[in-house]
Structure formats: C-alpha cells, structure tokens
Design a binder for this molecule. Structure first.
Ligand SMILES: Cc1ncc(COP(=O)(O)O)c(C=O)c1O
Length: 428
C-alpha cells in the first residue's frame, strides 16, 4: 500500500501491520501495561524505551558470572568485564555513524557533556562564548552555565541563547548559521541537540558543524533524542564531540550507561585538557598500577571508571536486536512510514483541533510528535490525563505539549490508529 492509499479505518492499520517486515520485532519486547492491566499503547519510547525480553537473559548471565566467578569475572571468558564495554562499541558506532575508535559507552549523558566541555571548551578572553538554544534540556543548560563559571567567565556574557522567531516554535537553520557568523570572533563552542526534546525538530548537524568550524569554534551535540531515532553520520559531518543516553530509543533501561563520540582528528591530541581516571590509561599496563598516564589511542581515553556491567549487559541485549533488524537504516525506514501514517490520521481525524509543532518535512523530524490541544474548550493537561487513563502512554511537557513517539521497533500501525481515534474521541 502506498502512502496515498491510507484510509482512516482500522482495517488499513491492520493491513499496514500485516505487510510490515518489522512487525515481529514487537514480540521481543515487554509492552508496559495500561491502568486496567491490559497492554498499553506505549508511545513514550522517547522518554524510556520498552524492555526487550532478552534483557533478562543478558543481565542474568552477568549475575550468574558474578555469583560463580566473583572477582575472576573481570578476566574470564568472552564476557570478561574488563573489556566488556568493547562489545558495545561496533554496534553503537554503526548507529551514530562513527568509527569504532571514535565511539565508547561510558558514564551518563550529562557527565559526558561535562567531560567533553573540559576538552573542547577552552575559553580565552576574546573567544569564550557558547551557543545553546533557549529550550535546551535543563541539564545541558546547567552544564554549559557551570562550565562557563568554572572557567571564570560570566554566563550572562558568554552564553548565547538562541530563540525561535516571535510566533514560531522551532529554530530556523539559517538563523542558527547566522548566529554562528554573528559571534564568529568570540565563539568557542556550539552545543545543540541533534533532535530537540520538546518539539522533535532535527537540527542540521552537518551545516552547524561546518559553520562552527568556519569561524574557529568547536561543535558538540546532545543526541539523547537523535540516537536510535534518525540516521547519523557523526564522522562524516566532522562533529567534534557528541554524547547521548541509551534509555530512550536504544532501550538500555532506566539510568543506562551513556554513549560518547569524539572525532578521530582529536583522539591523539595530547594538548586537549582532559579529566583523567584509570580506565583511560593503556589497557596493557593498567593493572601494573603505575601512575604514568598513557592514553588509550581511542575515545576510551576519556573513560574514568570501570564500567557498570549490569547496565551494559542490558544495553547489549537491545543493540543485538537493532543489529538483527538491519540497523538504524531499517528502523528509520519503518519510522518514516509510521510518521506519514500518523500525520494522515491526525489531519483527517483531528483537523485543527490539534496543532503539531514538530516540523512537517521528513528530514527535519524524527518519530516524536509534539502536539498542542487547541480545540476550543479543551484543556490540554486534562486530555493528556484522559489519554493515560485510556491506556495511551504518552507524556506531558510543560507548559502545553503532549509528546507521542511511535517507535519502529515495537509500535504498530494499530497502536497509532488506537491513539489517534482515542484522542479524537476525547476532544470536543
Ligand atoms: C535532551 C536531554 N539531555 C540531557 C538529559 C539528561 O540525561 P542524563 O540524566 O542521562 O544525564 C536528558 C534526559 O532525558 C535529555 O532528554
């Protein structure tokens, strides 16, 4: 069925599911429950991805190894804990478009942003500004603000905060590029999201990176909402650094380990300031317990501590599923179809009772929809609560947005149909 043949009836959703080559993948996940105990329509993978069924097996294997091997688990067998994070490197690198030497799973998102700002934000009296956006995730805002203060600068002078034009919801690409050019001589770093957490807008990371480099600044990205959602080419785009979490579209579980990228051009640069820990020093000599630091010749030299194995085992389970389905390219293929179907139903069944502030162009959006209830007499927060009560798991983002994200791994076209028809029934 082509996109032009979509219809609003349930049979169309069933037919789309029947012909979906990824339909079986859903059976590999636990779908969280609705208040009445039935399976929910789980549309909050943009916040916390659903649990893969095989996660239990992967985590249990590590619990068993701990129980039976104790400390020898660090060095025994194919799953030895000391190099365990290396098992995640190649699959993760494929998802973000990085070389294996540029990608590592370590720490958590905000921690990694700080570690990279230590290296890539090197303010001088003349060049000290960081560009962020007005609706940056608060953790990013705090991280940038505190880095600026830490270096003895004043956030009110060094933080350039970009806002959409009056009456607009998303930042225009050309306005971002113009802001970079306007601050050319004073700009040290551009730190923006790959996908904006509130609106779902995709930023043009290639163009932003090129513009930052053209004025002598670095470009770093928070990929929390981009990784596992859209295709990325961090190496090709020349991005200096990026950090992401793994608990959203990568289904790594609550508080899961973070992901990190540093472009290969920086890996061997010993002039970069760096916070050091024993997990960043040469693997061959680490356990000789010397105090001469020899950086691992990959992004692993930014590692500080030994890895959280249980959390990495959970992530490995999910990355194996992603590899099995053919990777991010295949996921995005289904995602685009889900997006188009959702657009179609929203337009036909909701019309102007809902405003979608997510960009409409497919290359400017991932799978998240940011919806505002604009039907006269309807209260958006109340509608969100009623959706939840009806078994549609979504989220509310202050001040007035309902976010829903049909994800390709476990959401079906029937899920989308149930969501939109339920929403239509709740609105006057
Ligand atoms: C865009 C964005 N940045 C940063 C964070 C903070 O992540 P963490 O708590 O893993 O550091 C989140 C968490 O959801 C996020 O969505």
């Amino acid at each position: 069925m082509s996109d032009d043949d979509f219809t609003t009836d349930h049979e169309c959703a069933a037919e789309l599911d029947a012909s979906d080559p990824m339909a079986d993948v859903r059976a590999g996940f636990h779908i969280p429950l609705a208040p009445d105990g039935s399976e929910s329509v789980y549309l909050v993978g943009n916040s916390l991805g659903a649990a893969p069924r095989r996660t239990t097996e992967y985590v249990q294997a590590e619990l068993n190894r701990w129980a039976t091997l104790g400390v020898h688990g660090h060095h025994t067998g194919e799953l030895a804990w000391e190099p365990y994070h290396e098992l995640l490197t190649a699959p993760m690198a494929r998802i973000v478009g990085g070389l294996d030497s540029e990608v590592v799973v370590m720490n958590a998102l905000t921690v990694n942003l700080h570690l990279f700002m230590v290296s890539f934000y090197r303010p001088t009296i003349s060049r000290h500004k960081i560009i962020i956006e007005q609706h940056a995730f608060p953790s990013d805002h705090f991280a940038v603000e505190s880095q600026i203060r830490q270096r003895g600068f004043d956030p009110s002078k060094s933080m350039v905060v970009l806002s959409p034009r009056p009456g607009e919801q998303t930042l225009r690409r050309d306005d971002i590029l113009a802001a970079i050019a306007d601050n050319a001589d004073e700009l040290a770093l551009v730190m923006l999201p790959g996908v904006q957490y509130y609106t779902g807008q995709v930023f043009d990371m290639a163009a932003i990176t090129a513009a930052a480099h053209a004025v002598g600044a670095a470009a770093g990205f928070d990929l929390a909402h981009a990784v596992g959602n859209i295709e990325l080419d961090l190496h090709g785009w020349g991005v200096d650094f990026a950090a992401w979490c793994t608990y959203k579209y990568l289904n790594g579980g609550p508080g899961g380990a973070g992901g990190a990228f540093v472009h290969e051009t920086h890996i061997d640069d010993e002039s970069l300031p760096k916070l050091l820990g024993w997990w960043g020093t040469a693997k061959a000599t680490r356990f000789e317990m010397g105090t001469t630091y020899e950086p691992i010749p990959t992004v692993e030299s930014w590692q500080l501590s030994n890895a959280p194995i249980l959390s990495m085992a959970a992530l490995r389970a999910s990355l194996d599923i992603i590899s099995d389905v053919g990777g991010i390219k295949e996921m995005r293929r289904k995602s685009v179809r889900l997006i188009r179907y959702t657009d179609f139903l929203l337009e036909r069944l909701l019309g102007d009772r809902i405003e979608c502030i997510t960009p409409t162009a497919i290359d400017e959006r991932g799978c998240q929809f940011a919806l505002r209830v604009v039907a006269p007499g309807a209260d958006g927060r109340r509608v969100f609560e009623d959706l939840e009560a009806a078994g549609i798991a979504c989220d509310w983002r202050y001040p007035d947005v309902i976010r829903v994200a049909p994800v390709p791994l476990y959401n079906s076209f029937t899920d989308v149909h149930r969501f939109v028809t339920t929403l239509a029934g709740l609105l006057p």
